[in-house]
Ligand binder design. Structure first.
Ligand code: DAK
Length: 260
């Protein structure tokens, strides 16, 4: 699929989405959200995709936020509709059964950081700058930033970033647990692909169940979350891949998983 601003490439088991709107540093306008939603639908329908990487086109930005020019004249009704749309698209991204990786190659501000936060894993280039600067525009994050950042980093860190609006650099992002690794710009995508390929080599149903247990469990009391894990663990013993994975170990060979 090639759209105007959102490119989807599927190479083997890896899907790669590139947000590519260089004249606005890849800012998320309505069209970008629509194209992103369509790309997510294509990934859902693709039988071979085992991991998704999202990155920004060009050298400078991952995504520099929601589109300020488009938002500036919104009424409260339009703002509600825009936030509803953004939340819906990011919720679909978050609900993908395959792991998702944000390859943050530059500015990830506002809606851009919110997009990265809806991914499972976040890697940054040395050039990355991450932040939620919305209060400097006299609004607040509108695509889940107040919630996902807080759940990831805790209230205190999230409040510091959101109240000041100041972006942080790559090293700080790693120090506070927002980014997993800091990479040279040219090493970022290769490293993300390496991680994606490793994930793709594991039992796909098991990876999907692990993601579900972690994500759904995070919203539950521990007792209920553990029950969710117990059920998922048992369910996997009904799959061909579990038989293959354990047989392959015992036969000292590489497993050939079928996603079944
Ligand atoms: N939107 C639209 N255009 C943008 C943009 C953005 N977020 N960010 C950059 N651009 C455009 C610039 O206007 C400029 O366009 P031209 O002037 O060339 O036409 C072009 O990209 C290059 O940007 P700069 O010339 O500014 O480049 P610099 O290197 O000097 O600066 C920068 C890079 C990233 C520091 C700067 O562009 C910047 O500060 N950008 C804005 C970053 C920002 O504030 N992002 C957060 C946006 S607010 C809600 C829903 C959603 C949200 C909130 C509420 N509800 C409905 C309730 C989310 C809000 C946000 O994401």
């Amino acid at each position: 699929m090639t759209n105007e601003f959102v490119k989807l490439d599927i190479e083997g088991p890896i899907a790669l989405i590139t947000i590519d709107r260089p004249k606005a540093l890849n800012a998320l306008n309505q069209q970008v959200l629509t194209e992103l939603d369509a790309a997510i639908s294509q990934i859902v329908a693709h039988p071979d995709a085992r991991a998704l990487i999202i990155t920004g086109g060009g050298e400078k930005a991952f995504v520099a936020g929601a589109d300020i020019a488009e938002m500036s004249g919104y009424s409260t009704t339009q703002a509600l509709a825009f936030a509803t749309r953004g939340h819906a698209v990011l919720a679909r991204l978050e609900a993908l059964p395959i792991p998702t990786i944000a390859a943050v190659n530059g500015f990830a501000l506002g809606g851009g950081l919110e997009l990265a936060l809806a991914c499972d894993l976040l890697y940054v280039s040395e050039k990355a700058k991450l932040g939620l600067p919305e209060v400097s525009l006299a609004v607040i994050p509108g695509f889940g930033g107040t919630q996902r950042l807080t759940r990831l980093l805790g209230r205190s860190r999230a409040k510091e970033l959101i109240f000041t609006g100041d972006p942080i650099d790559a090293a700080k992002a790693k120090e506070i647990g927002l980014a997993l690794e800091v990479l040279a710009p040219e090493a970022l995508l290769p490293r993300c692909k390496e991680i994606a390929l490793k994930i793709a080599s594991r039992g796909p149903v098991a990876v999907a169940q692990a993601k579900r247990a972690i994500e759904a469990g995070a919203d539950l009391p521990l007792k209920d979350a553990n029950e969710l894990e117990r059920q998922a663990f048992a369910l996997l013993f009904g799959t061909d891949d579990q038989k293959e994975g354990m047989r392959a170990f015992l036969e000292k060979r590489k497993a050939a998983f079928k996603n079944a």
